[in-house]
Design a protein around this ligand. Structure first.
Ligand SMILES: [Zn+2]
Length: 193
């Protein structure tokens, strides 16, 4: 499969939101890659926690997206397992450009939370997350067989609240998973004070 270049702007309406329907869903994949790339430094190879979008023979590709943001802000990405790959431009100044404003990094050390792939999958698609919490999720990277979520105390506290609400709306093992993660997170956020 040949590499191709997409311009994120082509997937957005005049208000900067993803267009409806299939093109919007395709654009959402690139938008998440751009958000993750924006949270890491230039020329840094990032092993993201974003799952591959391909389903050869209707079986999801087990790979995740690896990426590098070049000096000219072109994002180069590739699946860790299959041949899916490409380049993204036109993401700067969209709502997925999460580069922190100069001086915006909070004081103190960030907190790291290690999750299994399954735990991360349970929290990454929760609806209605605040921007601060989205940043936590989008910045996640693969470490060993799991996922590392790194952020500051306020964002973790926000995610604990979001997880609590999502758990209330869920049932069975998903509810239990969300509650367990929320408890571990609350503990970490407490220590990070
Ligand atoms: Zn793949």
């Amino acid at each position: 499969m040949a590499s191709y270049v997409v311009d994120l702007m082509h997937f957005l309406d005049d208000g900067g939101c993803l267009v409806p329907g299939h093109p919007g869903r395709v654009g959402a994949f690139y938008a998440r890659i751009a958000a993750t790339a924006s949270l890491h430094g230039c020329e840094e190879i990032v092993l993201t926690a974003l799952p591959c979008r391909r389903r050869p023979g209707r079986v999801p590709c087990p790979g995740h997206i690896d990426l590098i943001r070049h000096e000219d802000d072109t994002i180069e990405w590739a699946c860790s397992d299959c041949v899916d790959n490409g380049f993204i431009r036109g993401w700067e100044a969209t709502r997925w450009d999460l580069r922190p404003a100069a001086g915006a990094v909070p004081p103190g050390d960030p907190i790291d939370l290690l999750l299994s792939q399954d735990e991360f999958a349970a929290i990454r698609n929760i609806d209605g997350l605040s921007r601060q919490v989205e940043v936590l999720i989008d910045g996640a990277v693969r470490v060993g067989g799991g996922v590392r979520v790194r952020g500051w105390r306020a964002a973790f506290t926000g995610l604990v609240a979001d997880l609590g609400r999502a758990a209330t709306r869920s049932r069975g093992t998903r509810r239990q998973t969300l509650r367990t993660i929320a408890e571990r997170m609350a503990e970490l956020a407490g220590e990070g004070a």
